[in-house]
Ligand binder design. Structure first.
Ligand code: AMP
Ligand code: TRP
Length: 332
């Protein structure tokens, strides 16, 4: 039976806080896929990826554990999902090396996230450059069919598909071609204070985003001070009203009501009333996450990760051996 299930794989970096953008763009799908019997789901804290930008080693362990805790608080259940830390499964790095030998540098030069990061002043290094190759290895290592991510990962996913196809062409059919799963709405939640940029955890201004563990009052304050415009009509218009459009999208996906319905209801009556309603919708959406977070303790999370690493290594090794055999690194 398990053989017929589709395999789902996704990853999150243990850098900064997890926020509403990630929840609506990707993590909500993580939970939905776990709750659907048709899928075998694997979620990974990608700590090796997080090392590609400057970080503080003294804080890193804490962040890795906190990220795992937050993933559990989202509703990921270790009895139904495989959850583990990337660095504890050495096959990731090994497969990344093999895939690296199939990756033209010209393809890496076109990666927009790499270019953006370097433009922002993040020091370039081989790890940052090869980031999408390691991501492809993550996905292929488990023969993943489906990868739930936000819109900003589309290009990386395309590259994973391309590398799977290159491998298969050169060495024979080994890897299924993974499909991205990107929500139609909310794939790109925008920043509250600067609604033309995406909500991001690397943004130094914490008012730009809602963190998943923000208390209700902080959520209300942040939404109240969200950037809007001077024409007080609530209407969806990304060009003229990026702030209001973003809030409409957030409210629509958190309440399940359509944007048309919401703009009819809140069109007149001013931004104050509308923002209060958006804030309450977000508070309600995140309440179960905050509640679960409060019940999790470090030791329990560490135990779950140890068990996850063991299971992930066993599964990864089977596929990795096929890849080694295919490329001519078989047992002698
Ligand atoms: P990050 O927060 O950058 O680690 O991303 C974690 C996941 O959330 C990835 O799948 C991203 O594509 C997704 N994501 C991050 N920011 C946003 C956003 N502002 N809107 C939608 N999805 C996002
Ligand atoms: N690059 C992804 C992000 O920033 C994280 C990631 C690493 C990932 N490996 C992955 C996502 C494999 C999906 C599948 O969000």
């Amino acid at each position: 039976m398990t053989e017929q299930k589709k395999t789902v794989f996704s990853g999150v970096q243990p850098t900064g806080a997890m926020h509403l953008g990630g929840w609506l763009g990707a993590f909500r799908n993580w939970v939905a896929l776990q709750d659907d019997d048709a899928y075998d789901v694997i979620y990974c804290i990608v700590d090796l990826h997080a090392m590609t930008t400057p970080y503080d080693p003294a804080e890193f362990n804490r962040r890795r554990l906190d990220t795992a805790k937050m993933v559990l608080a989202l509703g990921i259940d270790p009895d139904r999902s495989l959850l583990y830390m990337q660095s504890q499964v050495p096959q990731h790095a090994e497969l990344a090396w093999i895939l690296g030998t199939l990756t033209p540098t010209g393809v890496l030069n076109r990666m927009t996230q790499y270019k953006d990061k370097v433009e922002k002043g993040i020091p370039s290094n081989l790890g940052l450059y090869a980031y999408p190759v390691l991501m492809a290895a993550d996905i292929l290592l488990f023969h993943a069919d489906l990868v739930p991510v936000g819109d900003d990962q589309k290009q990386h996913l395309e590259m994973s598909r391309d590398l799977a196809a290159r491998f298969n062409n050169r060495f024979g059919d080994t890897f299924p071609i993974p499909e991205p799963l990107i929500p139609e709405t909310s794939a790109r939640v925008m920043s509250l204070a600067e609604p033309t940029a995406k909500m991001s955890k690397s943004d130094p201004n914490p008012k730009n985003r809602i963190d998943l563990d923000d208390p209700p009052d902080v959520i209300r304050k942040k939404i109240k001070s969200a950037m809007t415009d001077s024409d007080p009509t609530v209407r969806y218009d990304v060009e003229q009203k990026p702030g209001i459009s973003n809030l409409l999208e957030i409210m629509s996906v958190t309440t399940g009501r359509t944007i048309d319905e919401l703009s009819d209801e809140y069109e007149t009556g001013g931004y104050g009333r509308f923002k209060e309603a958006v804030a309450e919708a977000v508070v309600a959406e995140l309440a179960p996450i905050r509640a679960r977070l409060a019940t999790l303790d470090d030791d329990e999370v560490a135990r779950i990760l140890q068990k996850g690493a063991l299971d992930a290594r066993t599964r990864a090794e089977r596929i990795q051996q096929e890849a080694r055999d295919a490329v001519g690194l078989g047992r002698i």
